[in-house]
Design a protein around this ligand. Sequence first.
Ligand code: UT7
Length: 338
Amino acid sequence: MLNSTPTYASFRSIGAYVPQRVLSNSDLETMVDTTDEWIVKRTGIRERRIAADDEHTSDMGAKAALLAIDRSGLAKEDIDLVVCATVTPDYFNMPSTACVISSKIGIRDVQAFDISAACSGFVYLLSIAKAFIESGMKKNVLIIGAEKFSSIVDYTDRSTCILFGDGAGAAVISATQNKDEAIIDIHASADGSYADFLVTPAPGAIYPASQKVIDEGLNFVQMKGNETFKLAVKTLTNDVLHILEKNHINSADIPHFVPHQANYRIIKAVGDALKMRDDQVVLTVGKYGNTSAASIPMALNEIFESGRLKKGELMLLDTFGGGLTWASALLPFAGESK
Ligand code: UT7
């Protein structure tokens, strides 16, 4: 007999991990031609975390994942799908970082795979988890955004090395019959015609490992910063206006606006355009920099751990990154408050 009660996907728990080592603006002053004043004024970033040499993307992802599972109240055995978003996987390209994380945390015989959507990765993961759960295929999906961005940063390039940091965040998305707990809406999109705005040329099928790759630094991230900045402000703003309008929600009624933490000036411009009050906007860019797919879950974990995120409160996620990709999500926090 068919079950007539619809199944929804709910955001059950959040966890994150940040590496110990701090790379401050004054450290960067000794490495490239820059100043603390320039970095703070142009980006809002004061420091970022850097993983240890023997600390890999999967190690950070595994720590965040264990915390998220623990806080979900579920057992590891309840997880039936593991998906990781990263552009700095342990291996290019197999095994997937999701497989490595699953093994490290003791999840076996469960579907696991990675996605590549750069900074939009975590919100893309939410859409994947929602689709798997609402179709009835899975019940408890572990999603992880983890990056060892320092592994693809050229620490002689002042235009990029000041921006990025390492870290991981994870969440458990679970099936529920309670509509009040349901993820309300997700909008995820992309435009590959802007692929050259943010690119790591190697290693890949175009540039497999070679002396040329090393000599020309093709293994490092390259970014058209200023062009990316302008498009980010426009896209992030329009995406939020669209999702709020579609769901008949006023921006003033969002307690937690969690934008991708790329640059304070981008966040400020988007917040102002959306008429967000300062107390609505979650900011972690100053202490972690841009951690790509880990940025949104690390920011969510901050408001959870500080007790600011309460059960049932609305979160509006908004992100933008290489691809180009962008995504926004509107959802209540369905976990227990701290
Ligand atoms: O997560 C994915 C999305 N990524 C982003 O959203 C990043 C978006 N872009 C940005 O955040 C900004 O474009 C940057 C922070 C990267 C750069 O800021 P900007 O205000 O766009 O500066 P700019 O690239 O237009 O450069 C202005 C000047 C240049 O010097 P000249 O040509 O005017 O003499 C740069 O060489 O600033 C110079 N510059 C620096 N100076 C000191 C660039 N980087 C630095 C630096 N320190 N670290």
